[in-house]
Design a protein around this ligand. Structure first.
Ligand SMILES: O=C1C[C@@H](O)[C@H](O)[C@@H](O)C1=O
Ligand SMILES: [Co+2]
Length: 297
């Protein structure tokens, strides 16, 4: 298949050790994680809490394994804290990612987020007020300027249990921010979990999507999570997420639309589940084979 050579495939450490739920995978070491990523055929990683914080030290582990840093998550609190607090933390994060050679910074607004709380994921999610939307959009544009100082972009992560989860919320964020300053991250798992149509989102925002997370959803676990009114993390522990090819999402039309729009950048497999039930190395291999089969890359 042509047009795919500028796509790079990475995998996130969250399947080995989960920063949202540190008890998941606490026994897995950093070196096991990055060695298994490389062995399963990925060339990029995001960052987990067991990774060395010093760029020189981190490079000394990643380079022998031919792994690059694709990006790393940043929690913004633009709706609940003074902008300056988010900015200070963002600059530190940006400079670390820049030193690691990454081009994009994953940003997610965590003001009022319930993704870490033991409450019903669908009924308790935040709905931003008009003032909060204004703080979010103006704050993100300022972060976008700061990213541009280093020739980087911010890619906004829509996410379950946050104020930017649904299609309507993504639409509002995209409409009210400057495309030059705020790009979008496309996460298949979060869109399908929320009941959105990933193909429609990709079609609408292909020119703003500069980072991709591939995760799949187990239908039977999703039905259980919805019926039980579970929280996000209970859903994760039950196994709602899995790797592409192991769940309900048909990735063939998704890779077709990504290819047809000449996407350039990282596609990162990100499938948090309980590593004691889903061996991360086996699932990384499964994901890599599936992508090769359906996409040829
Ligand atoms: O990109 C992500 C980072 C995680 O911390 C998050 O909770 C996960 O679901 C995700 O999509
Ligand atoms: Co994600």
């Amino acid at each position: 298949m042509t047009d795919t050579i500028e796509i790079k495939l990475g995998i996130a450490p969250i399947a080995w050790t989960n920063d949202d739920l540190p008890e998941l995978g606490k026994e897995n070491t950093f070196e096991q994680c990055i060695s298994e990523m490389a062995l399963s055929g990925f060339t990029g990683t995001e960052i987990g809490n067991k990774y060395p914080k010093d760029p020189i030290v981190l490079k000394s582990y990643l380079q022998p394994r031919k792994l690059e840093v694709a990006s790393a998550w940043f929690s913004a609190y633009l709706t609940t804290e003074p902008y300056e607090d988010t900015q200070a933390a963002f600059i530190e994060h940006r400079d670390f990612l820049h030193a690691m050679g990454a081009g994009v910074i994953v940003v997610s607004e965590q003001g009022h987020s319930i993704q870490g709380q033991a409450v019903d994921l669908f009924t308790e999610k935040p709905i931003f007020t008009e003032n909060e939307w204004a703080s979010l959009t103006t704050g993100l544009e300022k972060l976008g300027h700061l990213a541009a100082e280093k020739n980087m972009k911010i890619v906004y992560h829509h996410h379950m249990g946050t104020g930017v989860q649904t299609t309507a919320e993504i639409d509002r964020l995209m409409t009210e921010t400057d495309p030059e300053l705020v790009s979008l991250l496309f996460d298949t798992g979060h869109l399908v979990f929320s009941g959105e149509d990933p193909i429609e989102i990709y079609k609408q925002y292909h020119d703003r999507i500069h980072h991709i997370h591939f995760k799949d959803i187990r239908q039977e676990v999703l039905s259980d999570v919805l019926a039980s009114k579970d929280s996000f993390l209970t859903g994760v522990k039950k196994g709602v997420f899995t790797v592409p090819g192991d769940g309900l999402i048909d990735f063939k039309p998704i890779v077709e639309i990504i290819t047809s729009h000449h996407y350039k950048g990282w596609v990162v497999v990100e499938a948090e589940q309980d590593p004691s039930r889903a061996n991360p190395f086996e699932y990384a291999l499964k994901a890599r084979h599936y992508i090769k089969n359906i996409w040829g890359i």
